[in-house]
Structures are given as C-alpha cells and as structure tokens.
Write a protein that binds this ligand. Structure first.
Ligand code: HMG
Ligand code: MG
Length: 298
C-alpha cells in the first residue's frame, strides 16, 4: 500500500456535525467545541456556516461563535459561504478561509442551495474572486460524489467536471463528499481516478459520511491513491439537513486510530480527542458514534 506518510485532518464536527442536531445548541458550547478540538493538535477546524438561518437554523450565530473563539495561529478555521452575502458576513468577522459548496447532482443542488449546478458556479465565481483578492483562502466542496439521495448513481465524470470548475476558479483544495455514505471502495477509487484526470490528487480531500459503515474502507482505498487530506467529525457527529437518512462523517477518533496504527502522522493527540468526543456527546445527549471513542472513553 502507498498510504501518505502525513495526513491532514479537516475536523468538520462543529459545522457538518452540529448543523444536523435537532436541539438548540448554545454558542458557548459551539465555541468550546472548536477550541477543544484545536487543542488536540488538529490544524483545521471548520467553525460554522454563513448560510440562511431559514434553511439551516443550527448554523445561525456563526459570526458570534467565530468572534468568540480564542484562535490559535497554527490552526485554520474555515466557514461555509454559499454566496456573496455569506462571504461578506464572514469577512466582516475576520474569517481567513471560506468554503463554497456545490454538488455533482442537479437535484441535490436545488434542494441544498436552491439553484442549478451552473447557477451555483456562477454564484461562487465572485465569492472566490473577492476572497482571493482579500487574501482569504477558498476550499471547494462537491457533494454526492458517490451517490445522490434523489438521483441515485452519479457519474464520476459529473464529479470531475464540477471539481475541475471549482479548482480552475481558484479553490486550493477540492473536498469530495460522499454525502449519504453509499460508496464502496472500488467505486471510490474509480471516482477519484476520473477526478484526478482534471484535478491533481494533491489538491483533493476525501469527505466521507459513514451511513453504510464504509467510510474507513473507502478512505483507505483513496489514500492509497495519494489523497492526503481527510475530512472527519469528532464522535461521528452529523449528517446533512438536505440528505434524509445521512449519518455523520466518519469519526475523527476512528481515522486517527487507524492512521496511527499504520504509522501515519496526523499531529492529533488521540486521548485528548476521545475526551472531546465524550464531552460533546454528553452535551448533546447522544451516544458517540465513534467505535474508538467508545472503546477508549468508557
Ligand atoms: P434562497 O432562498 O434561494 O436565497 O436560498 P435568496 O438569495 O433568495 O435569499 C432568501 C433569504 O435568505 C433572504 O432573506 C436573504 O437575505 C437570506 P429574507 O429577505 O427572506 O429575510 N440569505 C442569507 N442569510 C444569511 N446568510 C446568507 C444568506 N443568503 C441569503 N448567506 C441559499 C439560497 C444558498 C441562501 C440557501 O439555500 C442556503 O442557505 N442553503 C444552505 C444549505 C446548507 O447549509 N446545507 C448544508 C451544508 S452543505 C453539506 O452539508 C454538504 C457537505 O458537508 C459535503 C457533503 O457531505 O457532501 C459540505
Ligand atoms: Mg458533509
């Protein structure tokens, strides 16, 4: 196997995780979660989403949360922005990295951001331009790369086209989202093979939800192709409000445990991470979805 020696983990729990919780979560809990995650050694902690509060009420107040956190200079705290309105609000509070989020499925694009794929790309272009001219880095997401909750199978070429457009627009990294976690390892490899004909593997990230319990296997399959950036969520928090039945991202604890067992460096202190997963699960009144978290945190 040719797994990279160093893997960057993008912790998405405070955004992808909390956006799907049904109860109200206070800004103080969100800020504490982000700070505690940064203290585990993670170098990227996604800190919120500047989206319409009518669409995703759980992300309301992301500006206040961002302003409240004690930021560490070695950590990046990206936030999601769907349009210029979100970007301006993010810039106003001093955000240094944003992420635009598109999809490889027309139906998902409509349900998630209320526009077609083409319209979304037209909407993202000025965001990327404004961000880059202010020195703000931009990440690009593509959802439904291994299946769509409304359309089923999605062709790898459709994924490659959106990934390519976002990359050429100026996104420094393209995160490939298996939004509903239906992918399996060979399918994941084939999808990455196709996308890599348009975007270099060094600029790709794997963002796999674990709905069908395939996420670790899929990660291993694509890391073997050189993908060295992995999105994951502490305690396996999360889902997607516009993807019914989708469970959380692969748990960060499980990814760190697997990689450390393979001698791969992540920079994350697993014991501290498990403690954070235990704490946030208790705060949210839910059972931790991380097997490693349960085994080590008991
Ligand atoms: P729209 O209704 O078409 O927008 O929604 P609009 O421009 O017509 O505006 C409607 C209202 O929203 C207006 O307010 C705007 O001001 C307001 P009103 O006049 O009615 O009071 N508005 C905003 N408010 C705050 N921040 C903004 C903003 N923009 C407009 N940025 C829109 C279009 C994109 C805004 C909406 O569909 C939306 O916010 N969608 C977000 C959906 C979302 O956050 N989904 C979850 C994240 S994606 C995900 O989880 C997948 C991922 O993890 C990868 C994977 O797993 O695949 C990334
Ligand atoms: Mg996601």
């Amino acid at each position: 196997m040719a797994i990279p020696e160093v893997v960057k983990i993008v912790e998405v729990g405070p955004r992808d995780g909390l956006q799907n919780e049904s109860g109200v979560i206070g800004g103080d809990v969100k800020a504490a979660l982000i700070e505690q995650l940064a203290d585990t050694g993670l170098s990227v902690v996604e800190a919120g989403a500047f989206v319409s509060p009518k669409w995703v009420p759980q992300m309301a107040g992301s500006g206040e949360v961002f302003s409240a956190i004690r930021r560490r200079s070695r950590v990046s705290y990206p936030v999601l922005v769907p349009n210029m309105k979100g970007f301006e609000a993010a810039r106003a509070v001093g955000v240094e990295e944003v992420a635009v989020f598109g999809a490889a499925s027309e139906s998902f694009s409509q349900r998630n951001i209320n526009c077609s794929i083409l319209e979304s790309l037209e909407r993202f272009a000025p965001v990327v331009e404004a961000a880059r001219s202010s020195g703000i880095r931009v990440r690009g997401y593509v959802s439904c790369v291994l299946g769509c909750p409304y359309e089923g199978d999605i062709s790898p070429m459709a994924v490659a086209e959106v990934a390519d457009r976002l990359f050429r627009m100026g996104c420094y990294e393209i995160s490939l989202g298996d939004t509903i976690g239906t992918g399996t390892p060979l399918k994941a490899r084939q999808m990455v093979e196709t996308v890599a004909t348009r975007v270099p593997v060094a600029h790709l990230a794997a963002h796999f939800h674990d709905t069908y319990g395939q996420a670790l296997a899929n990660l291993l399959a694509v890391m073997d192709m050189g993908i060295a950036t992995v999105d994951s969520s502490v305690a396996g928090l999360g889902g997607c409000p516009y993807a019914k039945g989708a469970s959380g991202n692969v748990a960060t604890e499980d990814v760190v445990y697997m990689l450390s067992g393979m001698g791969v460096t992540t920079g994350v202190d697993l014991h501290r991470l498990v403690a954070v997963g235990k704490w946030i699960s208790r705060e949210l009144g839910r059972a931790p979805a991380s097997k490693v978290g349960v085994a080590m945190g008991a």
